[in-house]
Design a protein around this ligand. Structure first.
Ligand code: ZN
Length: 443
């Protein structure tokens, strides 16, 4: 499989460069920030871009006007700059209406967002579907504002008829068994949520594009919620064929690995991820499916019902710096991102190897000896493997269990779950037994 044939070192360099280049861009659910970000990602691995016009009805939602912003700041009456969009794009509530006005402290305070529990951090706030404007700043800066002064607020933004942008790529495998890999691209300068997800998604696309895969894969990169709803609306028939998938988000933090289960308690996605953690003996935090989350709620809605899981490192909602200016490039690392990418690759590999086989000698154990598949001297099985033995005890286990379970119903993953034998060993041995005409490959 592809894990051993991946140049992890060069992927880490690409990840590092992408994180640095993309972090400063002011993204939103529409506009040139998303377009510029997607064009940078396309240079690593190409995908197709789609524009959905403002006003397009997508199920219960309507594509909003396109938002752009040139500058924004607050000055006090003496001309001192209080906050400036040029220093952090988090200072402006995303999708703010334009404003150019002198106002009192009390009026200003109604439009200011702070975080008392992280008094030096700038929070991230949005107002996509409510015509409003606002600024975000540190609590410590806000509490020191002079209440007797007047303030000049300026947001040079624009809302106009335009479009919403998303990207998609279909990788055609040997079978039409299809899995989805989706991420969102609408957050401004926030690193773990979700620049890290955009970068991991791109590396995954690059890897899977370079190998001939057994399964087919649908890659989607779209603004969270409205972008995925638009995507589903435009691709309804195709997406219903998808067997399962992942929403890739918050993958490069300093904390623990986590897994958010799909809405089905034991879907194929949940099972390959659990198996991956188990085989690596890697600890992780298990999160049950929850309606508060990301785009899995749309992909798994009653009409689609696609089981979606999320492997993360410092899951959204769970880390203190979530949706604040502290979720920056110091909080994440390319190393962590690559570690999470490896978990995705190992899980996807298990989907790649998960064939069903049927025994061609279902009446009893086959005679391995006459096919040169059995140790020549009897009596060694279940004894400690002495040095110099010319057979692999693990391979023998795999052969016996495979010939026992391969009835056309059990797949490789379920045999691994029953026997604790590694999926890749079972697959390798199953392919060998297939060559020796002891097993027939089903799918
Ligand atoms: Zn978020």
């Amino acid at each position: 499989m592809f894990y051993d044939n991946i140049d992890w070192k060069s992927l880490k360099t690409i990840a590092n460069n992408l994180l640095k280049e993309l972090f400063p861009i002011c993204r939103s659910i529409t506009g040139d920030g998303v377009r510029k970000s997607l064009s940078i990602l396309k240079e690593i691995s190409d995908f197709n871009l789609f524009e959905i016009p403002t006003g397009t009805q997508c199920y219960d939602w309507t594509i909003p006007q396109e938002w752009s912003i040139k500058s924004a700041y607050i000055k006090d009456q003496d001309g001192n700059i209080i906050v400036d969009f040029d220093n952090s794009n988090l200072h402006v509530v995303n999708y703010s209406q334009p404003i150019d006005k002198i106002i009192t402290y009390d009026e200003l305070a109604k439009h200011i967002h702070t975080l008392k529990n992280l008094p030096d951090a700038i929070p991230y706030r949005t107002t996509y579907y409510n015509s409003d404007w606002g600024f975000c700043m540190s609590y410590n800066k806000f509490k020191n504002l002079d209440k007797s002064k007047k303030y000049y607020v300026k947001i040079d933004s624009n809302l106009k008829t335009g479009s919403l942008t998303y990207g998609e790529k279909f990788i055609t495998g040997k079978t039409d068994n299809t899995y989805l890999l989706s991420t969102y691209c609408c957050h401004p300068s926030l690193a773990n949520d979700n620049l890290s997800g955009m970068v991991l998604w791109t590396l995954l696309l690059k890897i899977l594009s370079e190998f001939q895969t057994n399964n087919s894969y649908k890659f989607v990169i779209a603004p969270e919620t409205i972008g995925v709803i638009a995507y589903l609306n435009q691709n309804e028939t195709e997406i219903k064929k998808v067997n399962g998938g992942f929403v890739i988000t918050t993958v490069a933090g300093k904390g623990k690995f986590g897994y958010k289960n799909s809405f089905l308690e034991n879907s194929i996605i949940d099972r390959v991820v659990k198996k991956t953690f188990q085989e690596l003996n890697q600890k992780y935090i298990h999160y049950d499916f929850d309606i508060y989350g990301s785009d899995e709620t749309h992909y798994s809605a009653p009409f689609f019902r696609i089981p979606i899981g999320t492997i993360c490192k410092d899951k959204y909602y769970e880390y203190d710096y979530y949706h604040t200016s502290y979720d920056n490039l110091d909080y994440i690392s390319a190393e962590s991102l690559i570690e999470t990418l490896k978990l995705y690759i190992l899980s996807i590999e298990k989907l790649e190897m998960n064939f069903k086989y049927k025994s061609l000698i279902p009446y009893c154990e086959p005679m391995f000896g006459k096919r040169n598949l059995y140790p020549k001297i009897g009596g060694q099985i279940k004894q400690s493997v002495a040095e110099g033995n010319d057979y692999d005890i693990n391979e023998m286990d795999c052969m016996l269990w495979l010939m026992f379970y391969c009835d056309g119903e059990h797949d490789i993953l379920s045999i691994s779950e029953k026997t604790n034998l590694p999926v890749n060993h079972l697959y390798r041995v199953a392919e060998k037994l297939h060559e020796h005409k002891l097993l027939k490959k089903m799918r």
